[in-house]
Ligand binder design. Structure first.
Ligand code: ADP
Length: 346
């Protein structure tokens, strides 16, 4: 009997649901630690009237309803725990003992984290629909105008078709970033291989050579050509591509980009990229890694941004168990530090 009792009690402590039992005289007879935390119990709680400890009116009402109807009830309740508002699913269960006596068992499940995830997903879909809607409206509008007769004016139609082209490129970039983000979340295993960092940087810069020339940027790579490190090449590529793209986008004409690797720590190495661009304020630094966050929406849109680039970077860095830091001064420039663990050969 004793062994079984111990088993029950430890089960109650390990379960991540708060459990309280109230008897037919409204006395608190049992609680696990989590249950006590929900209502901030002191050491005197045992056999005390539950109303001395449970102040939340919704929970009280639920208990009284179950006493009255003798039927189980469940409700989502906003509960203040240690000054923090939590969303808690409270189930009240009626357990008859004999014709007069009964117990009420309360089970409390904290749904706050789950609700936050749900809210983020909803926000994400909302933002995404907005981002998609804008270019589609432009494409539809301008193509309709063309069909309605603007085609006859060669100068105007060229202008409109250029807009349609730009907007569809934006849509296409957005979809590419979305695909990258959804793949990143698949939690697939890392694919660790030896990567020549210099070559990866060089190849990435090649992709943007047109933009670099157009802005007459001076790019300096301070990486040993022979430097190879073990890493997940695809994730590293996402990181490097997006950071280089931003260093170009948010740079000024004749600006500079410096890319280097700090390779002196035993367990880590650091990819560093600096630019002499518009910079990021302290306030915005906190938020730039959020999906769809852009400091200056009109500027970012004009340079073709989707607001997803740094989210891809952050999620890739997380997947590699790394960290990312940013130092920046408005109108002086920005430096991103990507600190990555040294992986070993498989
Ligand atoms: P976007 O596709 O708009 O560039 P990102 O997620 O890559 O989106 O970046 C988010 C925002 O952070 C950008 O809109 C820009 O305002 C700011 N930002 C990112 N990189 C830099 C940088 N190197 N210099 C200045 N601002 C930057």
């Amino acid at each position: 009997m004793n062994k079984r009792k111990r088993e029950y009690l430890s089960l109650l402590e390990y379960i991540d649901i708060g459990i309280l039992v109230i008897d037919y005289k409204d006395r608190l007879t049992m609680s696990n630690e989590l249950g006590k935390d929900f209502f901030d119990f002191d050491n005197e709680w045992k056999n005390q009237d539950y109303q001395n400890y449970i102040y939340n009116l919704d929970v009280r009402k639920l208990i009284e309803q179950v006493k009255l109807t003798k039927e189980d009830k469940k409700k989502q309740i906003v509960l203040k725990v240690d000054t923090v508002q939590k969303i808690v699913e409270v189930s009240a269960i009626y357990i008859p003992i004999d014709s007069k006596r009964y117990l009420i068992m309360l089970m409390l499940r904290d749904l706050t984290a789950q609700k936050e995830v749900e809210k983020k997903q909803l926000d994400f879909v909302g933002n995404l629909s907005h981002e998609i809607k804008t270019p589609i409206t432009a494409i539809t509008g301008f193509s309709e105008t063309l069909l309605d007769g603007a085609l006859n004016d060669k100068e105007v139609s060229k202008q409109f078709i250029e807009i349609i082209h730009d907007e569809s490129t934006k849509l296409s970039n957005l979809v590419d970033d979305m695909i990258t983000i959804s793949r990143l979340n698949e939690h697939e295993n890392l694919n660790i291989e030896l990567v020549n960092i210099f070559k990866l940087v060089k190849d990435t810069l090649q992709l943007f050579s047109h933009e670099i020339e157009k802005k007459r940027l001076n790019v300096r790579i301070e990486i040993d050509e022979e430097l190879s490190l073990y890493c997940d090449k695809l994730k590293l590529k996402h990181i490097i591509t997006n950071l280089i793209q931003n260093a170009i986008r948010y740079n000024l004409e004749n600006g500079e980009i410096k890319i280097k690797v700090q390779n002196d720590k035993k367990n880590e190495w650091v990819f560093v990229i600096s630019d002499t661009g518009i910079g990021i304020s302290d306030e915005d630094k906190e938020r730039i890694f959020e999906r769809f966050y852009r400091v200056d929406k009109s500027h970012s849109k004009a340079v073709g941004g989707t607001g997803l680039g740094l989210a891809v970077v952050k999620e890739s860095v997380d997947a590699l168990s790394g960290r990312i830091k940013v130092k920046s001064q408005i109108n002086k420039g920005t430096t991103f530090y990507v600190i990555l663990p040294r992986f070993k050969a498989r």
